[in-house]
Design a protein around this ligand. Structure first.
Ligand code: FPP
Length: 262
């Protein structure tokens, strides 16, 4: 995975093909997380029902998954449905679940071709049996893949995840004196995965929306005004390039510049 895999896929002379040549492949974010937002507004602008925004957003999912796998990103996490999203009109929830099932059926071959392992993060229990069936089948089929991990956050809430992890620790009788950050992280859905280096949010909103609250402690945040259905590989590459210009200090201080003349 790398430059040539992206160039073999991106149309020649495209913006994506130009941008990918600027990427430093030695400093890729290991984990990219995305809050896909603006589907409703995208649809409203076109006087379409909200679900049409979600439908159009599937093309953006496809593009983002493929470009990340080809770049060589280790983990991509997409926020598809939050624990709060059940409050939406039933027709919209049904529409979203239907799109998810369709995506899984149609994209399984592409996930296999790109060696991508699908993993659900969130509570699957509240999902309808047909949706769970499709998710379980896709997770099983892709379970042996060793390339990029594609986390779909479904019925996901960051606070709920932390509470569930605390419950797991208590049930397992973990000694409080032995419970440190590394051990706690191992009880989260993302156990064993690197924390997101880069968090992308579309549609210009400056919110975290209960997403990966523990894991994004030191993530670099990149927000674009682009609505999710218009988001394509070139936007993802812009985010990666912006990330590579950031100075990550993790609460420390800037590297002291070499003192000239001594
Ligand atoms: C936010 O836009 C988007 C969602 C709640 C759903 C995103 C889901 C998909 C793109 C489809 C399924 C995903 C996968 C991974 C197959 P919004 O409706 O809140 O937009 P608004 O803020 O403009 O109303």
């Amino acid at each position: 995975m790398g430059l040539h895999d992206v160039l073999a896929w991106a149309p020649a002379e495209s913006v994506a093909a130009r941008l990918v040549r600027q990427v430093d492949f030695g400093r890729l974010p290991a984990h990219i997380a995305v809050i896909m937002d603006g589907n409703g507004r995208w649809a409203a602008r076109r006087r379409l029902p909200r679900v049409e925004g979600h439908r159009a957003g599937i093309d953006s999912v496809r593009d983002s998954v493929e470009v990340c796998a080809r770049l060589g990103i280790d983990v991509l996490t997409l926020y598809a449905f939050s624990v709060e999203n059940w409050k939406r009109p039933p027709a919209e929830v049904r529409g979203l679940m239907g799109l998810l099932k369709r995506y899984l059926r149609l994209e399984l071959a592409t996930l296999m071709e790109n060696d991508i392992r699908l993993q659900v993060i969130g509570s699957e229990e509240e999902l309808a049996p047909d949706v769970r069936g499709e998710l379980d089948a896709a997770q099983e089929r892709t379970g042996g893949n060793t390339g990029m991990v594609f986390n779909i956050a479904l019925n996901y809430g960051g606070r709920a995840e932390i509470v569930a992890a605390a419950r797991r620790a208590l049930r397992a009788g973990v000694d409080p004196d032995e419970l440190d950050e590394a051990r706690f992280a191992g009880l989260l859905y993302t156990a064993g995965q690197p924390d997101p280096d880069l968090l992308i949010r579309t549609s210009g909103e400056m919110r975290i929306s209960n997403f990966l609250l523990w894991q994004i402690a030191y993530s670099e945040i990149w927000v674009t005004d682009t609505y999710w259905p218009d988001f394509r590989a070139r936007h993802l590459l812009e985010a990666v390039l912006a990330y590579q210009k950031r100075d990550r200090r993790y609460g420390g201080i800037e590297q002291e510049p070499a003192i000239v003349g001594r």
